[in-house]
Design a protein around this ligand. Sequence first.
Ligand code: ZN
Length: 264
Amino acid sequence: MLIFVGEEIMKFTDVIGRQEVKARLVHSVHEGRISHAQLFAGTEGGSGLVLAFAYACFIHCENPTQTDSCGICASCIKHNKLVHPDLHFSYPVVTNSTIKDRSPKSTDYILQWREAFLHNPYMDINQWYNAMGVENKQGFMSVEESADILRKLSLKSFESKYKIQIIWLPEKMRVDASNKLLKIIEEPPDNTVFILVTEHREQLLPTILSRTQLVKTPAPSIQEMADAIGKLFNKEPKIARRIANLANGKINAAFILPAIRNKI
Ligand SMILES: [Zn+2]
């Protein structure tokens, strides 16, 4: 099931989420007050990752409007394919048969990541495990991943003013991995932005919490969810609202509910 195609996934207007959160993020860019380390804190099945992505697109966009990325500049097009050289992702990964003598890193799975995210940017951790082809394993971020982040961010930006590092599910960072990032999160190089996207804020180390600015990304309202379902799946408002109620704030669930497949 391909949910999003083309430019739809990268614009704020297309992100299913609280309007007030989007407005605040847009405002921070226009005001030139982009916090260098932000913690997007939401719940499982929410829009935190997609919001972080749309935010990165907007920061990098060469010709943004008052409220959104342009969608057509060279930067937007690269974001749309997840190949912009100044946007970096880290996410939980697992060992596999070809990675034997070291810890796995996000870059080992970059192709699977691009495919999975572009297929469904609202994916949850289990869908990501499926995309990596693993079962019954717990993903993690190792100290080698943190070293990789430090290495990438030590370079000058390639095409944009800002280097942006998104860390999806920092609660999966091992303690030594978190500790290795503390200094750079506290005092990053110029024009570097960290966006940590958590679904379990309570599991993060206090040292991470104290170094990041909290941006709450609550689940969308029923109406926001219903509007999105109506638009994406061409459902009448009454049906869309019923599905939104069933999904109970979990965007991903709304997409895979049997109801969405004309059974309601
Ligand atoms: Zn653009």
